[in-house]
Design a binder for this molecule. Structure first.
Ligand SMILES: Cc1cc2nc3c(=O)[nH]c(=O)nc-3n(C[C@H](O)[C@H](O)[C@H](O)COP(=O)(O)O)c2cc1C
Ligand SMILES: Nc1ncnc2c1ncn2[C@@H]1O[C@H](COP(=O)(O)OP(=O)(O)O)[C@@H](O)[C@H]1O
Length: 317
């Protein structure tokens, strides 16, 4: 898969590089959940049937972040994570369109005539509720007409689980409520957060549980504050562990943005400045303020045992 950054308006240089008959799935696709996957898989399937390349068009930064909408809480899948997942889906091209104030004011007509038509899109594949252009005034039904019938449009129906429409907002809510099982079921994979390991307060080792403190590189949606059973990808190696997401109220009175810290099982090495991708497998409990260090240590030991059991049963499922 090749990733190509696009800005509006397209330059002649980029048009000559990118324009070709192709099947294009368009959407924000934050989360790349099973609903998004069904749109993208439809595009990849159609590409296979027609012999044309498949492509995905997405927008960055998140429009809600740029438009300063109150309900923006970070990314489920920052661009790097989207790339990783789309590569595994057999997509040929990923177009990341720069979303800024000016782009937010592009009309539906200009988006189609200035972006999709010059790229020579054969078929645009979109979800049933796709909106585009200034104030979201464009919808799927307008794509063909605005392209003057040069482009076909395939609209994919909602993806349901237990009668409920899979959605990014539902996944955000589930993460914030600690329902990791639901979030993961809707994502079709474990929710993961990636970041570099940084120095902490050097207390973990004294407690008997060294913890790699993660600096998430992008602004991720964080789950509820508490303890999780996790699987960790460190430079291609898979490890298991237990993670605390929180502010360590036992040691700190002031609430800050939560920290992510992972204690890895059966590991003794230096992780500083390495990149870890942590998959949340299950939620164990909420973070608490303990009366003393011994109580905290005893609880962390219990958490580690619980995490090992949950990881074992997750594999067996
Ligand atoms: C599994 C696990 C559970 C934890 N639970 C709590 C908790 O409930 N309350 C709390 O104040 N700190 C909790 N901690 C955080 C510890 O206080 C923290 O690991 C310790 O202060 C080390 O911090 P450092 O890495 O910055 O040195 C937990 C840590 C782990 C690994
Ligand atoms: N099993 C392990 N799990 C996590 N980190 C470990 C482990 N063994 C060694 N380490 C190393 O120890 C560091 C954490 O030790 P800790 O005393 O908690 O220091 P800090 O406060 O800087 O995080 C990690 O960043 C990593 O480099």
């Amino acid at each position: 898969m090749e990733t190509i950054n696009l800005t509006y308006p397209l330059t002649d240089e980029i048009i000559s590089k990118v324009a070709k008959p192709q099947i294009l799935a368009i959407g924000q696709f934050d989360g790349l959940h099973l609903g998004h996957a069904s749109v993208i898989e439809s595009a990849v399937r159609l590409a296979g049937q027609t012999g044309l390349p498949s492509a995905v068009m997405t927008f960055h930064p998140h429009p809600k972040e740029v438009m300063k909408k109150g309900d923006y809480e970070g990314y489920l899948t920052p661009p790097e994570e989207k790339e990783r997942i789309l590569r595994g889906m057999g997509v040929d091209y990923l177009y990341i369109v720069e979303f800024n104030d000016a782009f937010s004011r592009v009309s539906p007509q200009n988006f189609v005539c200035g972006m999709l038509v010059p790229l020579r899109i054969h078929t645009a594949v979109v979800g049933f509720d796709f909106r585009f252009g200034y104030r979201g005034e464009g919808h799927a039904g307008m794509l063909r007409e605005l392209s003057e019938n040069t482009m076909d449009v395939l609209t994919v129906p909602p993806y349901l689980i237990d009668g409920e429409k899979v959605s990014s907002s539902g996944i955000r809510k589930a993460l914030q409520e600690g329902d990791i099982q639901l979030a993961n079921r809707w994502l079709g994979r474990p929710y993961s957060v990636k970041g570099m390991v940084m120095h902490g307060e050097k207390r973990g080792r004294q407690l008997g549980f060294p913890t790699a403190n993660l600096q998430p590189g992008e602004h991720y949606v964080l789950p509820i504050k508490g303890v999780f059973a996790v699987r960790v990808d460190c430079e291609g190696n898979t490890l298991e562990g237990v993670m605390n997401v929180g502010v360590k109220p036992t040691f700190h009175d002031q609430a800050t943005r939560p920290n992510l810290e992972v204690h890895l099982f059966d590991f003794d090495g230096n992780l500083y400045d390495k990149s870890l991708r942590v998959e949340l497998i299950d939620f164990i409990r909420e973070e608490r303020k303990f009366g003393g260090i011994d109580e905290l240590i005893a609880q962390i030991a219990k958490d580690a045992e619980t995490a090992k059991q949950r990881l074992k049963s997750a594999v067996a499922e």
